[in-house]
Design a binder for this molecule. Structure first.
Ligand code: C5P
Length: 307
């Protein structure tokens, strides 16, 4: 067999995620909550390029790049370190992250970068790890990282790492409304716990409606089934989200929901022209920093260039 040519640089593209359904269980002793969620990967992307260098160095370009840390708290940095430990390879790499996914927006931007870095190291070093081996490293980095590898639409349980693909006929158009500033995921979970001490208690999760909508590939049924236990606490922390949800509803969006722990909002719309109308109306509102149109589902982290 001919020797594998040496690769010096690998670029991986990785999508954002939204949660079509998110039921949060009680707080566990390890500080996490058990989840029942339906993840959906949408076509807003980060691109990570990993190149052999003299030392491990992370750089970030693009929207809100200044808000992303480049030290060892960066999830891509942690992913490279974890892959180095696993494989014994030299982690002297330049890691360039080009952001297209909102930062701290509830769209798994940091987790996506970690997933992309795992795939990039595997390709650069020719490790040939299986998806399951990569997923085992991924969960050590964050609850959403396994899904960012997986992509498509998937049911998530546990912390979110126990994934089952959801087969569906549909292809959907989304408008993502980004607002100024982010939300801290632990703070939104903590706000939910506080509300449950005094207000409505934990509900049984029931995914039958959302899964049936996905099986049928029905936009209107999916729009009605969108649901997120973190929506009320996120809106409590960011009241301006309420007005934006109202704008989407007035413009005929099939549904609107806070993405993950927010503050990004995801609106399901009928088609591309409808997406353009909803996006344009949302951006007229001062609370909306920018609106992006994206299709879903799309595949997870994939190599797009190796040189
Ligand atoms: O796993 P990840 O680092 O993304 O989680 C960030 C924080 O979000 C956790 O420290 C925890 O406070 C909260 N979280 C949770 N239950 C989950 C996932 C995240 O409470 N299943």
């Amino acid at each position: 067999m001919p020797a594998r040519p040496t690769v010096d640089s690998v670029t991986v593209r990785v999508p954002a995620k939204i949660n079509l359904y998110l039921a949060v269980g009680p707080l566990r002793p390890d500080g996490f909550h058990d989840l029942t969620t339906v993840f959906h990967a949408v076509g807003l992307y980060d691109e990570i390029t990993v190149t052999r260098a003299d030392a491990l160095n992370v750089r970030v370009e693009g929207e809100s790049a200044a808000d992303v840390p480049t030290d060892e708290t960066n999830l891509a940095h942690r992913a490279v370190t974890a892959m180095g430990k696993l494989s014994g390879r030299d982690i002297s790499l330049d890691v360039l992250i080009r952001k297209g996914i909102p930062v701290a927006g509830g769209c798994a931007g940091g987790s996506a970068d970690a997933a992309a870095a795992l795939v990039a190291c595997d390709e650069l070093w020719g490790l040939g790890l299986s998806r399951q081996e990569l997923a085992d490293v991924a969960i050590g980095l964050g609850s959403d990282v396994p899904f960012c590898l997986h992509g498509g639409t998937a049911l998530g349980r546990g912390r979110g790492e126990l994934l089952t693909p959801v087969l569906g006929a549909g292809h959907y158009w989304w408008v993502l409304a980004l607002v100024e500033g982010g939300l801290s995921t632990p703070e939104v979970f903590a706000e939910l716990d506080r509300r449950r001490e005094t207000g409505p208690h934990l509900m049984e999760s029931d995914t039958s409606t959302v899964l049936s909508a996905l099986r049928q590939g029905s936009g209107p049924a999916l729009g009605r089934a969108l649901s997120n236990d973190l929506q009320a606490p996120a809106m409590g922390l960011r009241p301006e989200l309420r007005g934006l949800l109202q704008i989407g509803a007035e413009l005929g969006a099939l549904g609107g929901v806070v993405s993950g722990s927010g503050p990004t909002l995801a609106f399901l719309v009928k088609d591309e022209p409808h997406a353009a109308r909803v996006a344009s109306a949302l951006t007229q509102d001062p609370a909306c920093r920018v609106a992006r149109v994206a299709e879903g589902p799309v595949p997870g982290a994939r190599v797009v260039r190796a040189a």
